[in-house]
Design a binder for this molecule. Structure first.
Ligand code: PEP
Ligand code: MG
Length: 590
């Protein structure tokens, strides 16, 4: 506890739900300094041999990490490490380094360092600027091999101590998170990264609380200093004072309380006090989460993101692997819908194998469904896998970033083609499958009545809808105060989409962060969206809230919010009028 200096509070993104406190353990993964020494002519062979051994050792380590990840999280999750393993034999890496050793008489470490710098420079220029996952792999491999060649300790090592720690780093890697022991590393906090970073996805799967995108948490912390990480809100407190400690204990007790009620709550239907049934589904990032989400009481999957199959991979994922992943999720929900989203590539998620040219505005560029016509092969394989998996459950196809009915029709054409192929190959597949549109842009929201004539269902992606409506980058923490789901323009669009769905007899659901935050959930319900897809760990809390509210009261509060001139006023009045509901639902705080 720190009663003298004021605590430092930083706000980033919720990367993995949960709350924990502990002493800071900083992880410094800076690329090591490589000494400038040249090798006498007779030393070349020895350096070549040292390079070979360092690669062999790195391969052994990575294969070991992959095996452990497969045992812990599943074989599909473990494939995150394939690109790094492949890089170890990439001729660009190996031959380039060997040439520097032989021709320039460099040490193995220096030759490898040079070659990796060259490749990083080239990849950052010629690949899509958002190929961060690949560059992160490259850095990770570089540090791993240089560490071997220079005899340095493992930069990710956290020692064998017994006490709990909070790992604080500029950014993390999947290999660090995949191997960590959650009873030792109780939370993670990083300067960079977002909720969709691969390491964050793994942290959620391991249920390790994490806050990402904190800007300068590494500069503001010292080893051993107390830190609280609230992975539900993305808030961290460095050097908490008595007030912050008390707030932490209260919140932790509240969250533990929800956990104890979970098994009983999972069986209860989400029905409001005025007997209105609400459907609560979950958002999933990895197939292994499906069974756990079901145990928490999910009534289906409202968004299964499939990017884990492509981002960070160096090859197109095979149909069989995709089929198994989709089938696992469909089978976890035998009597509920499972909405699987087609690859939402572009923006911050572009797989290396597409080798797309750089774009000045990636978030306004080739993203979501727009990639489809250019990469029919990639999507055909995915649609085939979905059609085959649909035999095992109520699987539906959801298309991201749709603006026009034509885009839905393009997907339907590819779907018909995939069905023809499967038919001629005599493989079992579903002949009738629903295709829905995500409403993520103002264009889609305002044109929802027209889109509803093309789509079998609509799902509001609130993260992107808010981003594109307000022109506020959702990944920029410095603009977080402007990212306002209560803005009148957002409220009106949500209301309009709900109305369009009702008029056309088409289901309207919502996924995205707003459908996970208590006030956001109430607002969506009040605006007429009664199918919600929430982050799976938040399901018990949201379920409890639904059972403690009255839909007629929420509707009245939302109608007033729709009339408010600003987001701030809408939020203030909405929160004030529903305070009793929030207190009933979360007696010890949200
Ligand atoms: C959204 O935009 O709200 C959404 C759910 O999709 P993603 O966060 O994957 O862009
Ligand atoms: Mg989106």
């Amino acid at each position: 506890m720190n009663d003298t200096a004021a605590p430092v509070v930083l706000k980033g993104f919720s990367a993995s739900e949960g709350i924990a406190r502990g002493p800071v353990h900083r992880i410094d993964r800076d690329v090591p300094e490589v000494p400038r020494v040249t090798v006498p002519p007779e030393g070349g062979a020895r350096e070549l041999e040292r390079f070979r051994r360092a690669r062999a050792r790195a391969r052994q380590e990575l294969e070991g990490i992959k095996r452990q990840t497969a045992a812990r999280l599943g074989p599909i999750e473990a494939r995150i490490f394939d690109p790094q393993i492949l890089m170890l034999d990439d001729p660009e890496v190996v031959e380039g380094t060997r040439r520097y050793i032989s021709e320039n008489r460099l040490t193995a470490a220096r030759a490898f360092d040079w070659r990796m710098l060259e490749l990083k420079d080239r990849w950052s220029r010629t690949s899509h600027p958002m190929v961060l996952d690949r560059l992160n792999d490259l850095d990770d491999l570089k540090v791993r091999i240089l560490g071997r060649l220079l005899g340095l300790p493992d930069p990710w090592g956290i020692g064998d101590g017994e006490h709990e720690i909070v790992a604080v780093a500029k950014d993390l890697t999947p290999s660090f998170v995949a191997l960590l022991d959650p009873s030792r590393v109780v939370a993670l906090a990083t300067d960079r990264g977002t909720r969709t970073s691969h390491w964050a996805i793994l942290a959620r799967s391991l249920e390790v609380p994490a806050a990402a995108g904190l800007g300068d948490v590494t500069d503001r912390t010292a080893d051993g200093q107390a830190i609280i990480v609230d992975g539900w809100s993305g808030r961290v407190v460095i050097g908490p004072d008595a007030g912050e400690e008390e707030r932490f204990e209260r919140r932790r007790a509240a969250i533990r309380g929800w956990g104890h009620e979970t098994p009983a709550m999972a069986r209860e239907e989400a029905v409001t006090l005025d007997r209105q049934a609400i459907t609560l589904r979950v958002n999933l990032d990895l197939p292994g989460e499906a069974a756990r989400a079901r145990a928490l009481g999910a009534r289906g999957v409202g968004l299964f993101r499939t990017e884990f199959l492509v981002v960070g991979r160096s090859t197109v994922p095979e149909e069989e692997e995709q089929y198994r992943a989709y089938r696992e999720v469909a089978e976890a929900f035998p009597s509920h819908p499972v909405l699987i989203r087609t690859f939402d590539l572009g923006g911050d998620k572009f797989p290396v194998f597409l080798r797309t040219p750089a774009e000045d505005n990636p978030f306004l560029g080739r993203r979501g469904v727009r990639v489809c016509p250019d990469e029919p092969e990639l999507f055909l394989i995915q649609l085939r896998a979905m059609l085959r998996a649909a035999v095992h459950g109520d699987l539906r196809i959801m298309v991201p970033l749709v603006n026009t009915g034509t885009e839905i029709e393009t997907v339907r054409e590819l779907l018909a083609m995939a069905q023809d192929h499967l038919e001629s190959e005599d493989l079992p597949f579903e002949r009738s499958i629903e295709v829905g549109a995500m409403i993520e842009t103002p264009a889609a929201a305002l044109a929802a009545p027209g889109l509803a004539t093309h789509a079998d269902f609509l799902s509001i992606g609130t993260n992107d809808l808010v981003q594109y409506t307000l022109a506020v980058d959702r990944t920029n923490t410095r603009l977080a105060h402007l990212f306002d789901p209560f803005h009148p323009a957002v409220l009106r669009q949500i209301s309009l989409v709900a109305e369009a769905g009702r008029a056309a007899g088409v289901e309207v659901s919502a996924c995205g962060e707003m459908a996970t935050r208590p006030l956001g959930v109430l607002l969506l319900l009040g605006l007429g969206v009664d199918v919600l897809s929430v982050a799976w760990r938040s399901l018990p809390g949201i379920g409890r809230m639904v059972r403690n509210c009255r839909l007629d009261e929420i509707r009245a509060a939302a109608a007033a919010a729709l009339e408010a001139p600003t987001g701030a006023e809408a939020k203030r009045h909405f929160a004030a009028s529903l305070q009793p509901t929030l207190e009933r639902s979360f007696p010890r705080g949200t």
